[in-house]
Ligand binder design. Structure first.
Ligand code: ADP
Ligand code: MG
Length: 682
């Protein structure tokens, strides 16, 4: 198998340079990559339905013979259309095709075919539009791959079939037999064949179970190796001599919470007596006071003669951090600077030289911090405000500007401990599980669309009082191309409601970061009343005057996402609200959304989300900066826990996977982490 990763994909029939470039879009360069590229789902053509038995409105396969095929006719815009009547011996359905005249040639001689599509009933008639058509002998389960313009699922299937034929008869299995037996996993050989070309639905399940186990196991082993490897290399590093945190706390205008004190002392302990430089994640819900924790640690580091760098994912966030850090630290004589892409070149130059001379103690900035021209005199502490945005690569670029600096990662996304241990497996964990006293609760309501116009009235009242709102509007389709359109349509509809006179702006996922920031800053300065967004609004953005978060189709979101959205309001002194609109009646959905109305505690919500939906959505969301996982999104909590156990057993015995029986796993960890472009595993 390993050699197939060195076999370029162009050895396959019908894959030339052009096609190969399309495969590369999916990260597929070699035959091995293609084998490890799994179908998104399957079409079950194995048991064709009779028309009368087929599930209406669902995608299914129907078998029948051509009774009549009408000649293609030209309609507007160069489109051609033709209809055929298909009979299964008892009932008929009319099948319509657009721009597929070659099918007419195929059907004009009659014959039996399989039609894969959505059956609809119109009065007494059955209809199908643009189904996939296949000969009768193609019955079976067909893989459906993610496709891209110019590369269809069928073409990938064809290439995958060739790739699978190139597999050696006896494959080495990276998972040692002992582990496979212990956890009831099928062999790699069976799994990769079955994931592409399963004989039955059970085969799919067996293969998925094994492959997602492998993926999660490899991820955790890789994380374990990173941690172990990094620590092995580091002999000397900057330690703190004195703890100045009490002194810092006494300068604060408020009393730190117990959780803040605990987190600060965990950090300072790492930096003072730890065996290795600190490598710690500080996790805390929005508003839990992470900035003060970071400031306390910076203060102590600077008083011990170190420089600190603090990197944020966007310019807005960098500016926000700069303002609050300057406020917290400025008066104590600590020299704080801001370095972002929009700082003037002359000013930049000055900052660069001051950093190099040690005239700046703390620099806060964006990616501008990792540019080659930035150098430090004595960088001792690196803080990143992750919001899950930095790849491992960017983090390490900043880290490499110091000599084994201490690292602190801040995240505002509460993640249940089980997941956090895995995702941030190479970090120690501090949790701010307590909000400062007197924090207001965001009142949260679940309504159905019948109450929408009343709710608009509620928004209007608050806007008239000078407050601002967010509206997260529904996506018509899953497709991102539609994002702008659906937002514009929504904004258009608003014009004829109580909110018609309000100043609105649209924010959507396809926008350039620069345009996004522009709109956000307009919103920040109060020039926009309602921000309509199709996606999750910039995490971490702080507009205290925004008091209402209004979420359409709330059922589309995971609880943690809803919680993140809700966290955009309730940031000022004014009472804030979250209104979720959903007409979904399913028991699970209601249960889920009700959790939001009951609690404001992000950790509780994250636990509940994980319990109700399993870890799949989490891995699916790609918000975590992990290497990309392929099948783990289909895994269960149970698999996750088992892989944790298995990883512990293996790493305990062989921390760097040096033993012969772990060679395969070692190879897979290299492969998984190679794609992150960050720290590499050997
Ligand atoms: P986050 O964890 O979301 O980054 P911040 O650090 O921005 O939270 O803190 C949110 C607000 O709470 C800030 O205005 C900060 O000054 C205030 N704050 C932080 N800690 C406390 C505390 N212990 N008591 C009162 N207010 C606090
Ligand atoms: Mg913050």
């Amino acid at each position: 198998m390993a050699s197939l990763f060195n076999t370029p994909i162009t050895v396959l029939n019908k894959v030339g340079k052009k096609k190969a470039a399309l495969f590369e879009k999916f990260g597929i360069y070699s035959v091995g990559d293609l084998i490890r590229f799994y179908p998104r789902t399957y079409e079950d053509w194995s048991k064709p339905y009779k028309i009368a038995q087929a599930p209406l409105g669902e995608v299914c396969c129907i078998g029948g013979y051509i009774e009549q095929a009408h000649r293609p006719a030209r309609v507007r815009g160069g489109l051609t259309i033709f209809k055929t009547v298909v009979c299964d011996g008892l009932d008929h359905m009319t099948v319509t095709f657009f721009n597929q005249d070659y099918l007419y040639d195929k059907f004009s001689g009659g014959g039996e075919f399989l039609f894969f599509g959505t059956l609809k009933q119109n009065g007494h008639f059955y209809e199908m539009t643009s189904p996939t058509v296949s000969d009768m002998d193609k019955a079976g389960i067909h893989p459906v791959y993610p496709q891209t313009a110019g590369l269809t699922s069928r073409q990938i299937e064809d290439a995958a079939a060739q790739a699978v034929r190139m597999l050696p008869p006896k494959m080495n299995d990276p998972i040692p037999q002992e582990i496979r037996e212990r956890y009831g996993l099928c062999s790699l050989d069976f799994a990769v064949r079955a994931i592409h070309f399963p004989g039955s639905q059970e085969d799919v399940e067996t293969a998925r179970k094994r492959l997602s186990f492998e993926e999660l196991l490899v991820l955790q082993l890789g994380m374990g190796r990173l941690k172990g490897g990094r620590q092995k290399d580091i002999q000397e590093f900057n330690r703190l001599k004195t703890d100045h945190s009490q002194e810092f706390f006494s300068l604060l205008p408020f009393e730190p919470t117990t959780a803040q004190r605990r987190s600060v002392s965990e950090c300072i302990n790492d930096m003072t007596v730890g065996k290795y430089p600190m490598n710690r994640l500080v996790q805390g819900d929005v508003g839990s006071g992470k900035t003060a924790v970071a400031a306390a640690v910076c203060y102590t580091a600077v008083k011990n003669g170190m420089q600190c760098a603090f990197m944020a994912p966007t310019e807005i966030l960098a500016v926000q951090h700069f303002n609050s850090m300057s406020e917290l630290l400025g008066e104590s004589g600590i020299r704080v600077s801001l370095l972002t892409g929009s700082v003037k070149p002359s000013e930049k130059k000055k900052i660069h030289s001051q950093l190099e001379n040690g005239q700046i103690d703390l620099v806060i900035g964006t990616h501008a911090l990792i540019s080659d021209s930035v150098a430090f005199k004595n960088l001792g502490l690196v803080i990143t405000d992750e919001q899950h945005r930095f790849g491992v690569a960017q983090r390490s670029a900043l880290i490499s500007k110091g000599e084994s600096p201490h690292i602190m990662v801040m995240s505002a996304t509460p993640i249940p401990r089980t997941l956090a241990l895995m995702i941030f497996g190479d970090l120690d964990l501090s949790i701010l599980d307590e909000l400062p006293p007197g924090r207001q609760k965001v009142d949260t309501f679940l309504i159905d669309s019948a109450k929408r116009s009343r709710a608009y009235g509620f928004l209007k009242k608050h806007i008239d009082d000078g407050e601002q709102c967010y509206i997260v509007c529904p996506l018509v389709e899953q497709s991102e191309v539609m994002e702008l359109e659906s937002a514009e349509e929504y904004a258009g509809k608003l014009r004829s409601t109580a909110l018609g006179s309000c100043r609105t702006a649209i924010l959507h996922g396809k926008m350039k970061p620069k345009d996004k920031e522009e709109i956000m800053s307009e919103f920040s300065s109060g020039n926009i009343d309602i921000l309509i967004s199709t996606t999750v609004i910039e995490v971490g953005v702080n507009v205290p005057n925004a008091t209402i978060m209004f979420i359409e189709n709330a059922e589309r979101f995971g609880l943690s996402q809803l919680h993140q959205l809700r966290g955009r309001v309730g940031r000022g002194k004014k009472k804030s609200y979250c209104i979720m609109v959903s007409d979904n009646q399913s028991e699970i959905t209601r249960q889920r959304l009700t959790v939001m109305c009951k609690t404001n505690d992000g950790f509780k919500i994250a636990d509940e989300d994980l319990r109700i939906r399993g870890p799949g959505d989490f891995f699916g969301s790609r918000q975590h900066g992990l290497p990309e996982l392929k099948v783990a999104s289909m895994s269960s909590m149970e698999i996750l826990e088992r892989t944790q156990e298995a990883a512990e057993i293996i790493l305990h015995d062989d921390p760097q996977l040096e033993k012969k029986e772990h060679r395969g796993l070692r190879f897979e960890t290299q492969r998984l982490f190679a794609k992150t472009g960050g720290e590499q595993l050997q």
